[in-house]
Design a binder for this molecule. Sequence first.
Ligand SMILES: [Zn+2]
Length: 107
Amino acid sequence: MKAEISCPRRKRDFLHGIPSHCWCGNPISVFVSKTTRNPFRRFYRCEEARMREGETHLFKWFDEALVEEILIVEARQTTIKEDLEAWLLQSLVELVELVKSKRTLDV
Ligand SMILES: [Zn+2]
């Protein structure tokens, strides 16, 4: 888990988080598993998949999607933080240059 967090930008590239639509284009709903292997575990799936069990539709465990979503948000926060730090550094450089040029003009 810790290794995944240390490279959030790379991790974000293959994470999809909480799905909004199935590959078939239909919106996703949350269902509850009734199997003995995963009793009461929630999962995402489209309504169409319930009627067409032979077809391949998106299936994703709710808890796994949430973990992915957290990692995506964390990666975005890291990107924003890095962008703000770069902006701040650039602003300081420009401010120093401005002060230097002002002093040159005053002399
Ligand atoms: Zn579908």
